[in-house]
Design a protein around this ligand. Sequence first.
Ligand code: 0O2
Length: 201
Amino acid sequence: MQNEKVTVKSDMFEKLMSIYSLSIEEINKIIKEMEVKYKELNLIDHVKYRIKSPKSIINKMKKKKYALNYSQMIEKINDIAGIRIICPFQENVYIVRDLLINNPKIRVLDEKDYIKNPKKSGYTSLHLIVEVPVETELGKVYVKAEIQIRTMAMDFWASLEHELKYKNNNVTKTASKKLLKAAKVMKKLDYEMSLLANEVR
Ligand code: 0O2
């Protein structure tokens, strides 16, 4: 399998994608248990998940100049299984992060805090690259997934920026500047809503 070329319409590709789906199921179970246990804290607004499309996997591998084989795909593409946790407030993001990294079923491989260190684009979100155990016909294997944790305001900005700029190479400098300005407004809104929530409580 090591150097076998990634072919999206193959049994191997299908099988691997079904294993990645199992990792999403496992993580969803963990999140559901967390929501039940900390119900009164209202930590999470909603959760989204997806398996990366075959086209996006291949494009990312080409963009990063990885050899188009399965071992490189498994080793290097961390977000084939993607879970996004949307929280009402920024402080919830860090509580959810702490609960996840302390969960015995989750192994954290990497963490990127784009809230403390936003990307040049203005993108903010907290990313965990994790592994969770899943049962397959070959026994228990650890499967990677990317968990993005962010506030509703961060998600609003990121979703629109993703459509308007992130996947569009022709965006003008003026549009980029306006998006960066909107990111500042989004950050301020998060801050104001957090203050307000603390006052009200
Ligand atoms: P898509 O289409 O959303 O899936 P690395 O792990 O360092 O090898 P990677 O995975 O590019 O490389 O890491 P990074 O930069 O943390 O990006 C991971 C994901 O975060 C991206 O996946 C996007 O979903 C999101 N992201 C990162 N930067 C931005 C940004 O500037 N704007 C928006 N809207 N989203 C961003 P993909 O596969 O690049 O894209």
